[in-house]
Design a protein around this ligand. Structure first.
Ligand code: SAM
Length: 327
């Protein structure tokens, strides 16, 4: 447990790290078709620099880390970073969010390096539609990644589906059925507005609507699968081994229980995904700042964590794409 709290008395114990802004997919809700301007390799933190930040954060009370991106598996030697973080004694949970495309070839080495679990993004079970949503991916690769993660014991494997009206919402029952037939833990996520694609941004399906559609398949019984205070609410369909989770960043935000900080690939600490305030750590890291100085900067970012975001007011979201700030 951490002694670290922000100015709204929220305990802060979780750091999400974007290890790269590069991605091997171009999902329609996340990136513009033309891609985004990429950071230079010089601007991206090295593994040693990331390790130093995690060490400083751990000394302040952070004990959970998630690696994300961009796509974390496109960064060479990512298992080495997992090992470095795993060597920090007080970090007791290392997770990864991935599109799963490259997971089949990395799952076992990641597990050996100390990765505990993975969330895998998957928005459709139809091969043709997978290609349309990701603009370039192959469904089979992600399905093989899911199997490999299960086989390697990266448990629990959670499947994240971003639901979009008229694009994939007809598959809500198919994903829910997977919790019964295959024991999947599926999380249905509300689409957040993004500067990546104004057209897709208007395709929000609310969690209450998703829930109604699943309840036609059977009664959803509450069922918590995680001890922490993550954003999802979990349920089970009758006879299901897996769970149905809902994440509602837009219609019912969970800012009051947010325990996170985010580190961007270029070394900025962000107290909130949906707010552009950042504290730079790269420059102090590269000019040899001692760990006590980094701890002060991290504490400053935490002190500046806003009370909440304003998506529900329809003010939209401007600023860096999710691929850069670690969605
Ligand atoms: N490449 C990895 C992946 O696909 O999981 C990690 C990065 S991706 C930006 C992280 C998560 O953000 C994914 O689950 C993705 O679906 C989600 N995401 C991106 N844009 C979103 C949006 N506009 N609304 C809701 N979720 C979004």
């Amino acid at each position: 447990m951490t002694g670290l709290s922000d100015s709204f008395q929220r305990p802060i114990n979780y750091l999400r790290i974007s290890v790269t802004d590069r991605c091997n997919l171009r999902c329609v809700y996340c990136m513009p078709e033309t891609g985004v301007e990429l950071m230079s390799h010089y601007d991206i933190l090295s593994y040693e620099e990331i390790y130093t930040v995690v060490k400083a954060a751990a000394e302040l009370g952070i004990n959970k880390v998630r690696l994300t991106g961009g796509e974390p598996l496109v960064r060479a030697g990512i298992a080495d970073l997992v090992s470095l973080i795993d060597s920090i004694e007080t970090i007791d949970d290392i997770a990864m969010t991935t599109n799963g495309i490259l997971l089949a070839r990395h799952a076992a080495e990641l597990k050996d390096a100390g990765l505990c679990r993975v969330n895998i993004s998957l928005d459709t079970l139809k091969p043709e539609r997978f290609r349309q949503i990701t603009r370039c991916g192959t469904l089979k690769d992600t399905l093989e990644g899911i199997e490999a993660a299960q086989g390697a014991g990266l448990a629990p494997v959670k499947i994240n589906m971003v639901v979009m009206a008229g694009i994939n919402d007809d598959e809500i029952p198919d994903f829910a059925r997977k919790t019964v037939t295959d024991g999947w833990n599926v999380r249905f996520i509300e689409l957040m507005p993004s500067s990546a694609n104004e057209q897709v941004s208007s395709k929000l399906v609310s969690v209450s609507d998703m829930k109604k559609r699943i309840e036609t398949m059977g009664k959803l019984e509450p069922s918590n699968i995680e001890a922490g205070n993550g954003p999802a609410k979990y349920f089970r369909l009758p006879g299901a081994k897996g769970t149905v989770g809902f994440i509602s960043p837009v219609t019912e935000h969970f800012c009051f229980q947010c325990n996170r900080l985010r580190l961007t690939a270029d070394g900025k600490l962000r107290p909130c995904l949906l707010n552009n305030d950042e504290v730079d750590l790269k420059e102090p890291l590269r000019s040899g700042a001692p760990i006590e100085e980094l701890k002060k900067l991290i504490a400053r970012a935490i002190a500046g964590k806003p009370k909440g975001h304003h998506l529900a007011e329809g003010t939209g979201r401007k600023g860096r794409p999710f691929s850069q700030v670690g969605g």
